[in-house]
Structures are given as C-alpha cells and as structure tokens.
Design a binder for this molecule. Structure first.
Ligand code: PLP
Length: 367
C-alpha cells in the first residue's frame, strides 16, 4: 500500500485554495489597514469591499447587511450574547458555538434522522414565545439539510427572530436571502477553501444589528477591530471559485460508492441521516463496538484524515452530542466517524479510504 496522505475532513476545515493562498500572501506582504487614507489603505478597503459585493451577489443580499469578523464562532456569539437576557430556543444539534453561549436556552429536539422537529418547534413558539430561534442550515456532523424555509415561516408566524448558522451550507446548498430574509445568518471562510480568521454575520433584515466588539468604527460600527484584510480577500477568492462550479453530482457518486462499500463490509455499520436530505460531501457513520478514537488514529497512521464529528470535540473522548440528541446510545455515539470531501478530493482518495478502512476494520473486529 502506498502511504500517501488523504484528507477527508473538509467539514472541519478545507485546505486553502491555491488562488486564495496567493492573494493572502500578497496582502500580507504589504501594510493593509483599511481605515488608512493613503493608497495602501485604500487598496485594503477595496479588497474588503470586493469580497463584500461578491458575497452579496451569491446570497442575493444587500451588501450593507454583511459584517466581517473573525469566524463563525464570533458571529454566533454576537447574536446569541445579544439575547442573553431573553428567552430563546435553539435546536439541540447546534454547534457548541451556539449551545454554550446560552446554556439555558430551550432545546428543540431532532428526529432520529437528524432533522429539527418542526412540531416541537411550533409548540415551543406557541407556548413559550421565545424572542429568538437559532437553528442551523446543515448539520456539521451528519450533513443533514434542515427545513429552514419551514423554520423561517414558523418564526415569522409567532414573531420570533431567526438566527441560522449556515457555515456548512455555503457552497453546498443555494442560499437566497432575497427569498428567505433570515434575520441573522452566520458563515465562515475556512470551510470553503478560504483562510481561517474570517467569518460573516449577515444581519439587519429585522432592523436589529447586534454588536459584540466595541471600540472602533470598523464595519460601520458593527464590529470593532482592524479588519483581517488578507483573510477577507482570500475568502473572496474562495467564493468566486465555489460559485458556479458545484461538484455535487460527483460527491453523490463518490458517497454512494462509500456507503455501498460500508454496508457490504458489515451489517453493524450505521449510516446516519440516510433517509434525510443530506449535503453530498458528507458521510457520517458508526461502527458499534469499536471506538471512534481508535479507528481515527488507526486511519491516521495510514495517512487518512477523518473526524469523529465536530472538530471542536475531536481530541476529547466526548461522544457526539448530535448522535445523542438523535436518540442513539453511547455505543453508536462513541464509535462515529465522519468523512467529508471537498475541492481537492479525488476518486483515488475515495478508493484508498475504502482499501484502508477495510483492513483497519477487519483488524479491529478480528475477522
Ligand atoms: N458552526 C458550525 C456549524 C461549524 O461547523 C463550525 C466549525 O466547525 C463553526 C460554527 C465554527 O466556525 P469557526 O471555525 O469559523 O469559528
């Protein structure tokens, strides 16, 4: 077996696109403060605005509503912290960057397929009248696409504001804010091949623009601090590369191959969210009886990078909270592996994953 490295953890972070790298490198080699009035400052300003307009076009949103920040964690905190004193509801499968900000939030359950329970949401909206609902567009572990249009209309019916963490949706499902004017939308650059350190909060459809960081007039007084010009410009390059060239059909074919292979390998392997609509780049499965940490390490030793769920919980032994909330016990939740593909994934990568996984699985189950 040739020990070449195969990266299949795009939902944690995508490798930087070469064109994004070039732009980041060139901007880091010059002074770039977008508040400065000299020519370098004006060039920095123009790099930021170029990304803002590119994003506005992709989202069908007014560019004025877009605020750049340090990442989706900051964007989620900006919204959730603004409602700290209020009753709010969040889906129980949210990323920790939502769940941990408002631990007392009402939790909306999810189905065994990993879809938000709309009946339960309506019941909470009617009986508890939360001021804000936070529900993600695509789950980072399962890849399950959530019924955001229905969540949006329920929020409108019961006068709640809607925050949507759309980090895993960008580039994978169409996001049209002209059709669905979600009150607060969170995005992140490094999930699509842009650099780390750049996130977005789109807010203002409802007239509310929460502010987390004070102390400077940047981003029209909505996010203080010198802008990360290089990262924002790199994000702009990544946006232009994802728009218009979807690899979704290719991902579907590869994932079908992977799931066919897994099901032939063992009846005990459980593929999560299989009956729900899912983004095609993601395959999340469990091997009950085996430990996901051990499986992941064994795959890593062979040069294959996978995850056991969300990056923030990998490296710890906590079983996936998403699988727990879908109703699975510890054996399934603690034996989960996530494979996520992206712009540089090749058919050879998938073949190598299957070859190596078969060897590792058979060794660990002593077949
Ligand atoms: N929300 C979701 C759904 C994510 O997948 C992630 C990243 O893992 C985040 C938020 C946090 O994003 P960032 O790394 O930009 O802070």
């Amino acid at each position: 077996m040739v020990n070449q490295s195969v990266y299949l953890d795009y939902n944690a972070t995508a490798p930087l696109l070469p064109d994004a790298f070039n732009v980041v490198q060139s901007l880091l080699s010059v002074p770039s403060n977008a508040s400065s009035v000299h020519s370098q400052g004006r060039a920095a300003r123009s790099a930021i605005e170029k990304t803002r307009f590119a994003l506005a076009e992709i989202l069908s949103a007014n560019a004025e509503l877009i605020v750049f920040n340090s990442g989706a964690t900051e964007a989620n905190n900006t919204v959730l912290q603004a409602f700290r004193a209020d009753e709010i509801a969040v889906s129980s499968m949210e990323h920790h960057a939502v769940l941990d900000v408002h631990p007392d939030a009402i939790k909306i359950p999810v189905t065994s397929e990993g879809v938000i329970d709309l009946g339960a949401l309506e019941h909470v909206l009617k009986s508890k009248k939360p001021k804000l609902v936070s529900a993600m567009w695509v789950n980072n572990e399962t890849g399950v696409i959530q019924p955001v249009t229905e969540v949006f209309s329920l929020c409108r019916t019961y006068n709640a504001l809607f925050h949507c963490d759309a980090v895993q949706a960008l580039g994978r499902v169409p996001i049209n804010l002209a059709e669905l004017p979600i009150d607060f939308l969170t995005l992140s650059s490094h999930k699509i091949g842009g650099p780390h350190g750049c996130g977005v909060l789109v807010s203002g459809f409802c007239g509310e623009t929460p502010v987390l960081l004070h102390g400077g007039g940047q981003e029209k007084n909505r996010r203080a601090g010198t802008e990360n010009v290089a990262a924002i410009a790199g994000f702009g390059v990544a946006l232009s590369e994802i728009s218009g060239q979807s690899r979704n059909d290719w991902y579907y074919t590869q994932r079908n191959k992977i799931e066919y292979f897994l099901q032939n390998l063992s009846d005990s392997i459980v593929i999560h969210g299989k009956k729900a609509p899912r983004v095609p780049n993601t395959c999340f499965f469990s091997c009950p009886g085996l430990s996901s940490e051990t499986l992941m390490m064994a795959m890593d030793l062979e040069g294959i990078a996978l995850s056991n769920g969300s990056a923030c919980t990998s490296g710890t032994v906590n079983p996936s909270h998403v699988l727990k909330t879908m109703g699975y016990g510890d054996d399934v939740a603690a034996s989960a592996l996530r494979l996520s593909m992206g712009w540089a994934t090749t058919e050879q990568d998938i073949e190598r994953f299957c070859d190596v996984f078969e060897t590792v699985f058979n060794r660990m189950t002593k077949r």
